[in-house]
Design a protein around this ligand. Structure first.
Ligand SMILES: [Zn+2]
Ligand SMILES: [Zn+2]
Length: 441
């Protein structure tokens, strides 16, 4: 498989002499398989130069598959300049996560409205198809693609692409689920030692990959005030990839404020860290124009999904029960989930929540940890003890960021553990990820 980087910058295109080496275009990576399947990961401004190259080859028709992680601008702004879409006879299949506000087609059409762009999406002559994906396995041409939700304040998919005997995993616009990666007392550097289920799932998704392309927008020093913005540090990316037995990692989504010297420094520090880990992980910072040809190792370990495949859930309206004894917080969460098109009921104590569940089973429960009458752990244990509520998804929402509380949550059987402060888009994305994983009634 051949891999080429056309856009390595996050957030906003940053051209100029200070970013000449690593590049100023936003997210775009080209994958080409031995038998000619073309997969384009994200369609930031880098897609413009890729489009010129595709058209310049003179091959007709051009058949392309664009996999968008999410529809923030730095991942779609190149699409109106993707020239193969302007030629009749070419085909463009666009894939992206379901469950964003509005369909994939509508979001892409929005950035091409007359106010912003002279040609409307529906006027493009190529055959364009739209495919909204959820977690699980998909097939594109001869390529096996696994998708899994990332942690970002928007529905965002990571993609694991398996073809030609190699696996390339694209994990861009993701931040750690927990401030602490390893459980105290456990041997660091192993997937089993990861504290938060979300980070463990993330590590398992990239396990044994030949190449991981990972968000590494920040240094650990920068991360604190930018928590909840949806991006990783190089330290997190390298540690988790090393634990997952990854062969090589490309750090990308470089921050617009980082010039070439700064990114080179990140690369040097990330390599030192990888060396300390001692797993042989090869680290580099992705740069525009970087080209890799991946050869298969003796055997490819194929990804096996943790949950059974779910049909698309975007069309369903879900019933969510929110439980919190603090009136303000309860009102805030209820209003956020209602705006995200869920049917919401509420309870201000554990016993009240259990009564509501007895009468009418919700699809998911958002549950506060610390409550006076019966805390969230006791409520979760009560649910897990009964066959009817054993698999009800529970998203615990709490100010308790410490390790014993996190462990107590997962040991009691919560599905996800979200710590305050959180942002509303982040919470609604976590709720939708839980719903996408939950079995249909
Ligand atoms: Zn981004
Ligand atoms: Zn984003």
């Amino acid at each position: 498989m051949r891999v080429r980087f056309w856009g390595t910058r996050g957030s906003i295109a940053t051209p100029g002499p200070a970013t000449n080496y690593f590049g100023g275009n936003t997210s775009c990576v080209e994958l080409t398989t031995a038998n000619g399947d073309l997969l384009i990961l994200d369609c930031g401004t880098g897609a413009h130069r890729l489009a010129i190259e595709l058209m310049g080859k003179g091959k007709k028709p051009v058949t392309s598959n664009i996999l968008i992680g999410h529809t923030h601008w730095d991942h779609i702004q190149g699409f109106p300049f993707f020239s193969p879409a302007f030629v009749k006879g070419n085909s463009v299949a666009i894939y992206g996560p379901e469950g964003s506000r509005g369909s994939l087609h509508d979001v892409l059409a929005g950035q091409m409205e007359f106010t912003y762009f002279p040609i409307a999406l529906n006027q493009l002559p190529a055959a364009i198809s739209y495919h909204e994906l959820t977690e699980g396995l998909h097939t594109i041409g001869d390529v096996r693609v696994a998708a899994q939700f990332l942690h970002h304040p928007a529905m965002t998919l990571g993609y694991r692409v398996e073809a030609d005997g190699v696996a390339v995993v694209y994990l861009v616009d993701h931040e750690p689920f927990s401030g602490q990666l390893w459980r105290a007392g456990a041997e660091p550097g192993r997937i089993e030692s990861i504290l938060h289920e979300g980070d463990r799932r993330h590590a398992t998704f990239m396990a044994n990959a030949d190449l991981v392309i990972h968000d590494a927008q920040y240094t650990p020093e920068e991360y604190g005030p930018k928590k909840n913005w949806g991006h990783s540090t190089y330290e997190y990316a390298v540690q988790i990839a090393a634990a997952a037995g990854v062969r090589r990692i490309a750090l990308t989504h470089h921050d617009p404020s980082h010039d070439d010297h700064f990114v080179a420094d990140i690369e040097r520090k990330a390599r030192e860290l990888a060396l300390q880990r001692g797993t042989g992980l090869d680290v580099f910072c992705a740069y525009e124009g970087c080209e890799l040809v991946l050869e298969p190792r003796s055997m490819l370990k194929r990804f096996v999904a943790a949950d059974p495949l779910q049909p698309a859930v975007a069309q369903r309206r879900f019933h969510v029960l929110v439980v919190d004894d603090q009136t303000d917080m309860l009102a805030l969460i209820v209003s956020a989930l209602e705006q995200d098109q869920h049917t919401v009921s509420k309870a201000s104590s554990g016993p009240e929540a259990l009564r509501i569940i007895d009468e009418h089973m919700p699809d998911l429960m958002v549950l506060d940890y610390k409550m006076t009458e019966m805390d969230g752990i006791a409520v979760t244990k009560a649910l897990r003890a009964k066959p009817e509520t054993q698999s009800l998804p529970v998203l615990m929402l709490t100010a308790m960021t410490d390790e014993p509380s996190t462990r107590a949550g997962f040991e009691a059987g919560v599905t996800d553990y979200v710590t305050k402060p959180f942002s509303i888009p982040q919470l609604t994305a976590r709720v939708r990820a839980c719903l996408a994983r939950s079995p249909l009634p």
